[in-house]
Write a protein that binds this ligand. Structure first.
Ligand code: FAD
Length: 394
């Protein structure tokens, strides 16, 4: 991507963010899905940021894409989560492991907003350990038949195609059971979806569960090789974690802006509250979160670009993996603390979701849960320091 293309993409993202803000605020307080994200994303041509230009996208490198997601993250974790679902964990595995047929079939349409994408790994009884999934597939002629339930899926209720994972229903005696990945079209009788509405935040975003009941998947929609699904899922989570980390950076930046503006205007005890030293403690803490999170996200993004440029180099892939986990863990905790401090400096108004800090606080909490919980990421980070023999899941 040239510098001019990077600048143009970030300008388009800025224009999208300005256009989406009033819709997001209204939909959030009315607890309804923001149906302007896709049309405005299409208008500003930002629905395929990672997809190469030849396939209708913008061909962004990780550094530029994550700067874009940080900007979108300022508009709220819900809007950013749409892009994570559609691009970072929806389009990314098709782009990375999909056949030419799958790329042509899904990615140009995804860039135009005609096909919305999602990623379905989690199940009611398989979250932190996706290998405990019970979804199965069986080959029948030129189709695979999938059965199972996927839970808590971002964009699940609006998606046209979802990258899903399952085990073979029947495995020959002595053979290993290995997960495979599929691109599942949702416009079929075997796909039954339910939007999840009893949630703490992200009221304008879509989160759903769905059942695959004899869902039909053409053989050509197998992603990668049969049995390669777990590797695809874990590789996709690197991309997903980076997107969450970048979104959290945006949350911190927005909290800082909000706090600076508010505390200079709001007077108590005869002066702007920004002059009170204990309020400045919050401002200093949020600024330190911003600086350190930005450094971690950009370091991880550069590592991802290096790994993408050298796809056969396992050491670069491992480095990108661990830096993404560190950045996601750090950014999500920093954003949570930044939003909490922003709420505190807003006083009673901070507690209202009519103001941005309150919305950021309830929304950003999920970032410590999805794409690897705090605990799972700590175990991963500790193992990277201790060595392979200390891996928690061995
Ligand atoms: C809003 C939202 C959107 C989501 N979007 C998607 C999506 O698009 N696609 C998708 O596939 N999934 C998605 N998820 C699911 C998410 O990734 C899971 O919720 C997450 O991985 C945790 O799984 P779980 O909820 O089953 O919790 P569990 O795995 O049951 O964990 C419960 C607790 O136990 C801890 N724990 C579990 N195992 C260990 C261990 N070995 N050591 C220490 N602690 C442990 C966890 O850290 C956690 O604190 C989403 C979730 C939410 C809330």
């Amino acid at each position: 991507m040239t510098t001019a293309e990077q600048t143009k993409l970030l300008a388009d993202v800025e224009a999208f963010c300005q256009d989406i803000r009033p819709h997001e605020e209204l939909c959030y307080v009315e607890h309804r899905f923001n149906d302007q994200v896709v049309p405005l994303g299409k208008q500003h041509n930002i629905l395929g940021m990672l997809t190469p230009v030849e396939l209708g996208g913008r061909g962004a490198d990780a550094v530029t894409y994550l700067r874009a997601l940080a900007r979108i993250g300022r508009e709220g974790t819900g809007v950013r989560t749409f892009f994570s679902g559609h691009v970072s964990i929806g389009a990314y595995p098709i782009l990375t492991w999909g056949s030419e047929y799958l790329k042509q079939r899904y990615l140009p349409a995804a860039c135009r907003g005609e096909k919305i994408l999602a990623f379905g790994l989690t199940e009611p009884d398989a979250g932190s350990n996706p290998l405990e999934m019970t979804t199965t597939y069986e080959r029948q002629g030129d189709k695979f038949i999938l059965n199972g339930v996927k839970y808590l899926i971002s964009n699940g209720g609006i998606a046209d195609a979802i990258v899903c994972f399952g085990y073979p229903a029947n495995v020959p005696e002595g053979a290993q059971r290995r997960v495979s990945a599929f691109v599942v079209d949702t416009n079929q009788p075997g796909f039954k979806v339910e939007n999840l509405t009893a949630k703490m935040g992200m009221f304008a975003a879509n989160t759903a569960m769905f059942e695959l009941e004899n869902a039909e998947v053409p053989v050509a929609n197998l992603l990668g090789q049969e049995g390669e699904g777990f590797r695809i899922a874990m590789g996709t989570l690197v991309s997903g974690r980076l997107s969450v980390a970048a979104g959290c950076l945006g949350v911190i930046e927005d909290c800082l802006d909000e706090v600076v503006n508010y505390t200079k205007e709001r007077h108590q005890h005869g002066k702007p509250i920004a002059r009170h030293q204990l309020v400045q403690d919050h401002i200093a803490a949020i600024e330190m979160h911003r600086v350190s999170t930005e450094a971690m996200v950009m370091k991880a993004a550069a590592a991802k670009d290096a790994a993408t440029a050298n796809p056969t180099d396992n050491e670069l892939a491992k480095k990108a993996d661990i830096l993404a986990a560190q950045a996601k863990f750090f950014a999500s905790n920093a954003a949570w603390d930044a939003a909490d401090r922003a709420v505190q400096t807003f006083g009673g108004r901070g507690w209202s979701t009519l103001y941005r800090p309150g919305r950021h606080l309830v929304d950003v909490r999920v970032c410590r849960i999805y794409e690897g919980t705090d605990e799972i990421l700590k175990l991963k980070i500790a193992a990277s320091v201790l060595g392979k023999e200390f891996e928690a899941f061995k």
